[in-house]
Design a protein around this ligand. Structure first.
Ligand code: CDV
Length: 312
């Protein structure tokens, strides 16, 4: 048995005017709850230090850059890192990263129990659009404010387990899990901000969105025999509802713990890394069963090309 007690630290809404210090105080409060609950590792959502700013159209780069962190930890987040080290709890959290070279990424990091950063992932599947879109009910400008991640899908050894990270839209792409599955991942940590309605399809509401989210993480877990911890930012941010749906999924694809609110909430589950062994050794023993000679299209073609040569 290799048990890691995981706390999925769902966040309620963060309003545009809420300063980082107030948000970090909420993250620390969840960390204290996690300590009381016996957690070894706490996972926070995507862009967890600010409101989901890609919904706002901005042209002034200085205004955009104000949402980004130039270093991690920094003055605002140091109290979180200090408390995590004090408690001996590892962290994974998402934030907007501005590199010294001026590059912008939607990033998630992983620390060990001493508060040292041992892993970094930069979001690869960026949804949305780069310019203001008057056709949409609201904007989703990730393609404007971030560039696609440049680190691939790395897997890290931490706390005696193999851990990887995904960010929000990545959870819908089977290739993302499989890249980590092929590195033996046992625990996938991911955070998300999913609007409760589809900006291009008013008929797609919260229930369908929840179904798609669950379906994606359950499939990713089962098909790679890995735990998946999927953590929401939820509730209404400046009039814009975000779907809840925090879940912890076991390597059979079963949801073993679920958030019940749209507020700050800690969802806890003891995750045995050895529960991944059976699936990895049998039905998803990749070495015995994969047929890569038939998968070349996956890594050489992006969009659809029909057998008659037409594209969609
Ligand atoms: N932050 C996200 O990546 N959100 C997308 C929405 C736009 C569909 C998601 O996949 O949940």
């Amino acid at each position: 048995m290799r048990e890691i007690v995981v706390g999925a630290a769902q966040l309620g809404p963060i309003q545009r005017a809420e300063p980082r210090a107030a948000v970090v105080a909420r993250l620390v409060a969840l960390l204290d709850q996690a300590k009381a609950a016996g957690c070894d590792l706490v996972v926070y959502p995507e862009l967890c230090l600010t409101t989901f700013f890609p919904r706002w159209f901005m042209e002034d780069q200085a205004e955009v850059d104000a949402w980004f962190e130039r270093e991690m930890p920094n003055a605002a987040t140091q109290p979180l890192f200090d408390r995590a080290r004090e408690h001996g709890i590892a962290l994974s959290l998402g934030y907007a990263e501005l590199t010294p070279e001026g590059r912008h990424f939607n990033t998630q990091i992983l620390t060990d129990r001493a508060g040292r950063i041992v892993g970094k992932y930069r979001k690869i599947h960026l949804p949305g659009h780069p310019e203001f879109d008057p056709e949409r009910a609201f904007q989703h400008l990730e393609k404007r404010y971030f560039e696609p991640g440049d680190l691939g899908f790395p897997v890290f050894r931490n706390m005696g387990a193999w851990m990887g990270m995904l960010i929000c839209n990545d959870r819908r792409w089977p290739e993302a899990y499989r890249e980590m599955g092929l590195q033996g991942v046992e625990l996938v940590l991911l955070g998300f901000n999913t609007p409760s309605v589809n900006s291009q399809n008013a008929g797609e509401g919260p229930e369908m969105r929840r179904f798609h989210s669950d379906l994606s993480v359950q499939a990713g877990a089962y098909q790679n025999a890995t735990w998946v911890v999927s953590v929401a930012k939820a509730g209404v941010e400046d009039g814009h509802p975000l779907n809840a749906g925090t879940v912890i999924v076991d390597p059979n694809g079963v949801i073993v713990a679920r958030g019940e609110t749209e507020a700050d909430e800690l969802v806890v589950h003891p995750c045995d890394m050895d529960a991944t062994v059976f699936g990895k050794a049998t039905i998803f023993d990749f070495k015995r069963h994969r047929r890569i000679e038939h998968y070349t299209r996956i890594a050489s073609q992006t969009g659809v090309i029909r057998p008659d040569g037409t594209e969609r």
